[in-house]
Design a protein around this ligand. Structure first.
Ligand code: TXA
Ligand code: MG
Length: 325
């Protein structure tokens, strides 16, 4: 071990082998996925999983997503019905997480699921993460690699700026391709609920699963559904507001053509805006702090396709008050 933390690892065989060795020792390694960077630890080890909660300042009631190499491995950890199998076949590997009943003998450390009898599980598509899962040969718990409640990380530098020496290493594989977290789905005999909008748009889910059941994104009947879906999240350190036009003195984030300090997509492309969202929020925060700007304002984004997930993140980032999670 070097004493300079975190180690910055390259996304090649050597870096992946080093990451797997650190994880096998119970270490914390930030990893690239196609959605955002994750903060990974061995999902079977209580000490390692406790380290994730500590490094992020994450409340113990907010469970983690388990990452595995393939659907066969997922089926040893969670119970799949026909609907879940159909979704897995359609969207894995990829930016979809399924919340399913925990299987008997899953081997997961209980804090991974925060004591729930369900588990959130996903097979990521990023080639480096896939190579790491093969090299490590076990399930990796990995929430997004940001301090709890703050802006998610889509580059290794974001991870280092946010978590610094609280983690052992980060694999630097460049910016994430999708840029938004996975879509979280809860399939059941009655249909599918969307617990979090994300990298797979609602219409694509409906194309496989049929009509979406309503009421998924809010906690119903006092039961915790997606405990991390708190009203204030993804928060920059400067107030964020949504408005149709720029106001002098504020940092302006544009979408489509027109003057702006930063732009999610000058051509108005939603996939590009998704990819840029968290980087632009990090840059807007830094710019606002440097200039002493009172606020960051964001242009309107259409509520279609990936626009729904972008608007979800922006609404939470703009919610007043301190981040709750
Ligand atoms: O794209 C992603 O999903 C990224 C990458 C790293 O995989 N991960 C991610 O993790 O976004 P995190 O921890 O930031 O968000 C996970 C969400 C939280 O809102 C959490 O409450 C919810 O998943 N979750 C986890 N287990 C759950 C469960 N059993 N039931 C309901 N929601 C759950
Ligand atoms: Mg997160």
């Amino acid at each position: 071990m070097t004493d300079r933390k975190p180690e910055r690892l390259s996304p090649d065989d050597e870096g992946i082998a080093r990451a797997a060795a650190l994880l096998a020792e119970g270490g914390l390694v930030a990893v690239p996925t196609e959605t955002v960077y994750g903060l990974a630890a061995d999902a079977r080890r209580g000490d390692a999983v406790a380290g994730i909660y500590r490094a992020k300042g994450r409340p113990a009631f907010n469970p983690l997503i388990v990452h595995v190499a393939d659907t066969d491995t997922a089926r040893r950890i969670a119970r799949f019905d026909a609907g879940a199998r159909r979704l897995a076949a359609a969207f894995w590997p990829g930016p979809m997480t399924l919340v399913l009943p925990l299987a008997e003998g899953s081997g997961l450390s209980p804090p991974v699921t925060a004591g729930l009898d369900t588990v959130a599980i996903r097979v990521p598509a990023h080639p480096v993460m896939r190579a790491l899962l093969r090299a490590f040969d076990g399930p990796l718990a990995a929430p997004s690699a940001n301090p709890s409640g703050r802006i998610s990380a889509t580059t290794a530098q974001h991870v280092i700026d946010g978590l610094g020496d609280a983690i052992d290493a980060v694999i630097d594989a460049g910016p994430c391709e999708v840029g938004l977290e996975s879509t979280i789905l809860a399939p059941s005999a009655k249909g599918v609920r969307i617990l979090r909008e994300g990298g797979i748009p609602r219409a694509k889910v409906a194309g496989v699963a049929g009509p979406i059941l309503e009421g998924g994104t809010t906690a119903g009947r006092g039961r915790i559904e997606a405990p991390g879906q708190l009203e204030r999240h993804y928060a920059p350190r400067v107030a964020l507001v949504r408005r149709g036009k720029a106001v002098p003195g504020e940092i302006r984030i544009g979408f489509g053509p027109g003057p702006a300090d930063l732009n999610l997509s000058p051509s108005g492309d939603l996939a590009e805006a998704a990819r840029n969202l968290f980087r632009v929020l990090h840059e807007a925060e830094a710019l606002a702090l440097t200039r002493g700007a009172p606020a960051i304002s964001v242009a309107d984004i259409p509520e279609t396709g990936l626009g729904r997930a972008i608007n979800d993140r922006l609404a939470r980032a703009a919610h007043p008050g301190e981040p709750e999670d």
